[in-house]
Design a protein around this ligand. Structure first.
Ligand code: PMP
Length: 290
């Protein structure tokens, strides 16, 4: 059965769900998005994702043509129409149809697209054995150019890094900021465990304000683990007891090798596994009912 895709208030079967070639989302990457998961009939961290969408829109002076309540209703409706109980929502707001010039003042109405589907980001074996990552030469976007906090449709910087990781046959690519401090991976935030403490780069190092990152920090604190956000270098990562990545799609996944250095015992560690258990339990029991 074809997925039913929401575009600007209407539903279309996926084969007919199309946007204009004059949409500035396509012509210039001018737009924003969210990736949201739903588990067990509930949308996980829905309010946090909507907050971030509205924050991204404000930063780009993009007027979302729906109220928050309308966006929320349209999203839940899309999931319901597709009869899904578990899956992934991709919510996009593009600058909309304009002309070939880049100026957004020629785009009168932004477009809203909502896709509800299933997802598997990494194969199950990757969760059991842990991932191998490499440092990429491509640096994370400098905040003076475009804030890395904006979840924009312009992911070329991350895509260039992902290509480097693919060439190196690694599962993911580690991105540093202009100063050489660890920022994040191409689609996930990064954490290490050292001496029983959880450490993750500060958001100012150039990471997306990850919602999974925030959830994991709260879960760690509730279970009595210390959490801090210092600047981290590759040296800190190489000498970590454990390392893992967080993201809506990936959830929590262990990293066992970085640039050829084995991390900790070379397999997913106990702290990581404890957090995975807590995170999964939370996904099954909280969220906005569909
Ligand atoms: N960093 C980047 C660059 C991302 O695209 C994402 C989302 N896939 C994340 C981090 C993780 O953010 P979240 O936990 O909100 O999905």
């Amino acid at each position: 059965m074809q997925l039913q895709i929401y575009i600007d208030g209407q539903f279309y079967p996926e084969g007919e769900a199309k946007v204009s070639v004059f949409d500035h989302g396509l012509l210039y990457g001018d737009g924003i998005f969210e990736g949201i998961r739903f588990y067990n009939g509930r949308v996980f961290k829905f309010e946090e994702h909507l907050d971030r969408l509205w924050d991204s829109a404000r930063a780009l002076m993009l007027n979302i043509p729906l109220s928050r309540e309308e966006m929320s209703a349209a999203t839940l409706d899309t999931v319901r129409r597709n009869g899904l109980h578990e899956g992934y929502i991709r919510l996009l707001v593009t600058r909309g149809k304009g002309n070939l010039g880049l100026s957004p003042d020629r785009c009168p109405v932004p477009s809203v697209i909502i896709i509800a589907a299933t997802i598997q980001l990494y194969p199950p074996e990757a969760y059991e054995r842990g991932m191998t990552i490499v440092t990429c030469a491509t640096r994370r976007m400098a905040p003076a150019a475009l804030s890395p906090a904006v979840k924009s449709l312009n992911y070329l910087n991350n895509i260039m890094a992902k290509i480097e990781a693919n060439i190196a046959k690694a599962d993911e690519g580690l991105m540093l900021n202009e100063e050489g401090y660890v920022a994040e991976c191409t689609g996930d935030n990064i954490f290490i465990v050292k001496g029983g403490q959880l450490l993750t780069p500060p958001l100012s190092a150039g990471a997306l304000y990850g919602i999974t990152r925030g959830t994991v920090m709260a879960l760690a604190q509730e279970s009595g683990l210390g959490v801090s956000e210092p600047n981290l270098t590759r040296y800190d990562l190489f000498n970590a007891d454990e390392c893992f990545l967080t993201g809506t799609g990936a959830e929590i996944i262990a990293v066992v090798k970085i640039d050829g250095r084995v991390i900790g015992k070379g397999k997913p560690g106990l702290v990581t596994e404890g957090l995975i258990g807590r995170y999964r339990a939370l996904t099954q029991t909280s969220g906005e009912p569909i």
